[in-house]
Design a protein around this ligand. Sequence first.
Ligand code: ADP
Length: 747
Amino acid sequence: MKKFSRFNFSPTIYLLVSVGFAFFSYILIQVVYSVENQKYINSKLLDLQDQIRQTFQIHFLSLLLWIGIIITISLLSRAAVTRYIKNENRLRSILNTAVDGIITIDEHGIIEDVNPAMERLFGYSPLELVGRNVNMLMPEYYYSRHDKYIQNYIKTGVAKIIGIGRESVGRRKDGSEFPIDLAVSEMRIENQRKFIGLVKDITVRKEIENELEKQLKWKVSLAEFNLAVDQSHEIRNMLERTMQVASIALPASAGACIALWNGKINDISICSSTFMEEHEQQALQRFIYSTKDVPRMISGCKPVIKSKISKPDQLLVGSFIKSYLGVPLCVENKVLGVLFAFEGKSRRYCQDDVEFLQSLANRAAISINRVNLHDDLQSSNALLAVQQGEMRALLDSTSEAIGLVSPEREFIALNKNFYEWFGIEPPVVGSLRFTSFIEQANLIFEKPGLFLSTISRSINDLTGQFEKMFIQVWPERRELKIFSTPVRTDDGHHLGRLFVFHDVTREQEASRAKSEFVSTVSHELRTPLTSIYGSLGLMNGGAAGELSEQAKTLVNIAYQNSERLIRLINDILDIEKIESGRMVFMNKPTLLNTVLTHSIEFTHTYAEQYGISFNLDNSYPQAMVYVDSDKLVQVMVNLLSNAAKYTIRNDIVEISISRQKQKMRVAVTDHGPGISRQFRQHIFQKFAQADMSNTKKKGGTGLGLSISKTIIEKMGGEIGYHSRINHGSTFYFLLPEWQPANDEEGN
Ligand code: ADP
């Protein structure tokens, strides 16, 4: 802009000019008045002196008036000029220092004046601008538009920019473009139309605005998206929503969402902001199937950025995609799918773009996971229902009543028999309350107290199993054998306790009938057998006269076999008594030594036939036990006769007594062949015999140890053995030692 010239007048000059002007005026008035006065003198002939005086007064006053006016005007003018100069100076400095550019153009768009800011904004010096068309300051695509604006305005007077202002684009000398805020106003100088433009660089403002707009868009899109995916229960729909939001907010010209199943592509959703031909969609699908970026994202769970796609990919995907961004749909380090945003031109994706797409992908992944879990849950629920049905059918088909009780004392499962046997109506909803059953138990069982305490104790027992008999009395009589065991899941979690009620009423009746039969038969057999045995003994002893050698042998065989039969019958009767609970124990304080010596005496003759002798080593001759002495003799005789039977000939069987804590231990040791490993677990079972040929030869029944075990246990003791093959066996029992004090306290 050309410099505005600085002009100023001194006050003296003002005064002189004013006085001169006043004087000139005075002379002029004087002359006019003189002419008028002369006419008047001539015509009227008035008194000259008065006239002169009057004239002088008038002239003098008017002169004073003029001078006053002139001085006032000149003073006012001076103040106005000073103000003008000041304003002008201020305006000039504003214009020169203004940050915004100011440009004046004529109606043909020719630049007439610019301020220094224009040089800063556009890079052109004022000399390069003045006289040239203002088009040079705008991008080419604005040229024609700008010319049209001015021409339109001149023709029609309709303002589109002038007096309004708008955002536009400026072009610098180096060709770069930048956003500007352009305010144009019109002025007329010397009857010529001029336009003055105020140019403001709004690059920073635009950037902030864009950023804010972008963020707002993201937020709105995300909010919409979150709502949509939260409400959606369908994965495909969710993928499509994700893609739509991504392509709007990113923005992307097309998007693809890939759902995976077991690491393989399961479903591809494609969406596009513009119309996509069928073949283009197919090309995109081919590209997705072939690109290594999908497996890369699956394995690395990381985004892939392609600002420019490779030549081979370009061939595959066609010309409509030039760059893309891909992010994995990850949840808990599991890749559920991949999200792609495609662009029709090469694009440098920034970190914000990646983060935005990733945040969408993460959100979608959570929802997809939720839907997957929901589906899994539904299918596992369905499976569970089937399994539960099968389980129920299985439970219902058993012949027992079954109940599974949780540690919190609630029934987890009950079968049909349970309800039927105990006369309980199954509830319409849910399962029977455990407490209801407990209340009912008072009515159901013969000994409800015993039943309830057994059940209650066992619920807290996490390991033990038991089997117990209970009598049910209502709604009908049953003999129930209850088996109970803790139940654990595969992973060891304690589920509860299972109670299986086995109805043994018939079995018990049959058993009782059998026992009675056995008992009757045994008793019936024992009496005649005893007399046969006695008679044969007498004959053997010569009471019936001298027998021939042949007859002696035959009588002896009959005598021994009748003895075996009596032993067998006695054993059978014992077992039957034990099983029916009819074995009576007459316990009393007993000197252990007496029991042992009697037992040895009873077995002595029997042992002699095998050349066996007994050696009793008793360091506790005064030791006493609280037992049924006959029963303990029976046990001892069995152990001694077994030792004699199954050891080597001429062996000495040792009988020892020791004290273990408060128990007396009696051991019978032989030096025979020992007990085979296979037989050890069966040795205390009924009719168990290791080697049939051998034992038959020795006349065993296989009942002796079983009876001994029961007897010892019934008397509060325990029985056991240890054995070494070819070295011998030791059978022992332990019984609580009886002290006189015990008698006072307990008996
Ligand atoms: P029995 O002796 O009448 O057959 P038991 O119940 O007393 O019946 O014994 C069961 C089996 O245990 C015997 O048949 C025998 O095989 C084995 N047995 C018992 N005691 C001994 C022992 N001291 N040495 C080796 N085997 C023995």
